[in-house]
Design a protein around this ligand. Structure first.
Ligand SMILES: NC(=O)C1=CN([C@@H]2O[C@H](COP(=O)(O)OP(=O)(O)OC[C@H]3O[C@@H](n4cnc5c(N)ncnc54)[C@H](OP(=O)(O)O)[C@@H]3O)[C@@H](O)[C@H]2O)C=CC1
Ligand SMILES: N[C@@H](CC=O)C(=O)O
Length: 395
């Protein structure tokens, strides 16, 4: 019998216990022996179906020689960071869904894992139940990855879908997302694009081999989206989605950002709805490869955690393809990127200078799409016009 422990018995932690219990047979088949959760660290003991697993004492797990893998599902940095370090130093593999910790300290924790001959794996930290980090680092290992973009936050995609398709209010759908266990403990991270930002950092770290610090990355969420723009976009064959995007630039530089985009209805990304996420990885040999599935929720996320547990136990070795340099140099502003831009401005006429723009609708306000221009030029234009809305078009 192989024993594991869980740190933090909330949505994902509980999901891990459920997946281990429900899938005993296939898991045993893969490991050659049964797997069970021995202990779960909680802040305070409580009445719960899994009360028999609970402890308030981290040292019980740290010093338990029987526990070979620890699943960290506390979230945030402080306690999660300290406990992860201590587990790795105690020679235990650590698996996590905690994108904040991986985005901010992943490089250092991977190095600590390497020194202690154990693994630090975090498939669940990006895209919930979608396998994307393993395919990126293993199945696409023969490529130079040039770009990754995707819908990386289940909560905001769920909110946008319900608001647009069912006319529901923002507050009401956010509450529903929280009840379903999709949202972060502080949902500001979801709605302001910070959670998607942490995920695009992890993808960029792995794809480009350099630390992309979340503090470097401009992040814009969904709170500034006006339903008027959703309607205009819809009438002209576009949908509005929150995307995270990172690109390899010339001269070894890289960039990343999170922002709402207009996406053509012909692009399958435009049809990714509810809690689903989709990630496109563009490799120089594969071209675009798309990964799709549930980006949040108890069981999908737990599935990715348990798969990492199985991998740690099967391999019992460090995975050298997962890691990146701590050097954050070479990050360029995404304002250098060229895109078409959607604008809605509070005027009924456009100056001659904008003759090449494609006017979508014109009344007391004008909605138009520019030719491909840099983000800097889009900002200049926005300052010059009475701008009510502006966002990139995904080309
Ligand atoms: N929910 C989802 O769909 C997904 C979540 N994730 C990530 O997984 C992680 C966990 O998320 P989720 O399960 O939703 O969050 P929850 O808030 O549901 O669970 C976190 C749990 O950790 C407990 N906890 C907090 N601090 C400590 C501590 N010091 N010691 C012991 N337990 C502690 C909390 O207890 P208390 O209630 O007492 O605060 C809570 O039960 C986060 O990093 C999140 O970003 C990743 C992918 C999807
Ligand atoms: N809050 C996150 C949870 C999964 O990462 C989301 O909604 O995507």
């Amino acid at each position: 019998m192989i024993k594991i422990a869980i740190l933090g018995l909330g949505t994902v932690g509980t999901g891990v216990v459920k997946v281990v219990e429900a899938n005993t047979v296939p898991i045993q088949h893969k490991l050659g022996q049964p797997l069970s959760v021995k202990t779960a660290l909680v802040r305070k003991l409580r009445a719960d179906p899994y009360q028999h697993l609970m402890t308030e004492n981290f040292r019980e797990i740290e010093h338990d020689g029987e526990i070979r893998v620890v699943v960290e599902t506390i979230g945030g940095v402080e306690a999660a960071y300290e406990y992860t370090r201590r587990c790795l130093m105690a020679g235990k593999h650590v698996v996590t869904a905690n994108k904040q910790l991986v985005a901010e300290h992943g490089c250092e924790l991977l190095e600590l894992a390497r020194k202690n001959h154990v693994n630090y794996l975090f498939e669940a930290s990006v895209g919930g139940g979608i396998p994307v980090l393993h395919p990126l680092t293993q199945c696409m290992a023969a490529n130079r990855v040039d770009e990754i973009y995707g819908i990386l936050n289940g909560t905001t995609n769920f909110i946008l879908t319900k608001m647009v398709k069912e006319g529901a209010s923002f507050a009401e759908v956010l509450k529903l997302a929280q009840e379903k266990g999709y949202a972060e403990a502080d949902p500001t991270a979801d709605v302001e694009g910070i959670d998607a930002g942490r995920k695009i950092c992890i993808l960029a770290d792995l794809a480009f081999g350099h630390q992309v610090d979340p503090a470097q990355v401009p992040m814009e969420g969904i709170t500034g989206i006006d339903l008027k723009d959703v309607e205009i976009a819809g009438r002209h064959g576009y949908r509005i989605k929150l995307l995270g995007r990172c690109l390899r630039l010339e001269g070894g530089r890289r960039t990343a950002y999170v922002a709402p985009h207009l996406i053509s209805e012909e692009n399958p990304m435009s049809d990714v709805n509810d809690v689903f996420n989709a990630v496109v990885v563009r490799g120089n040999a594969t071209g675009e490869v798309m990964f799709y599935g549930k980006g949040a929720g108890e069981l999908p996320t737990a599935s990715a955690c348990v798969a990492d547990v199985i991998e740690c136990l099967q391999e019992e070795r460090h995975r050298p393809e997962i890691g990146w340099s701590a050097d954050t140099g070479g990050f360029a502003s995404p304002l250098t990127l060229k895109n078409r831009w959607y604008f809605r401005v509070g005027t009924d006429t456009l100056s001659e200078a904008l003759h090449s723009a494609k006017v979508l609708e014109q009344g007391t306000e004008t909605a138009f799409i520019t030719p491909s221009i840099t983000g800097t030029d889009a900002e200049r234009l926005a300052a010059y016009l009475p701008t009510l809305a502006k966002m990139r078009v995904l080309d």
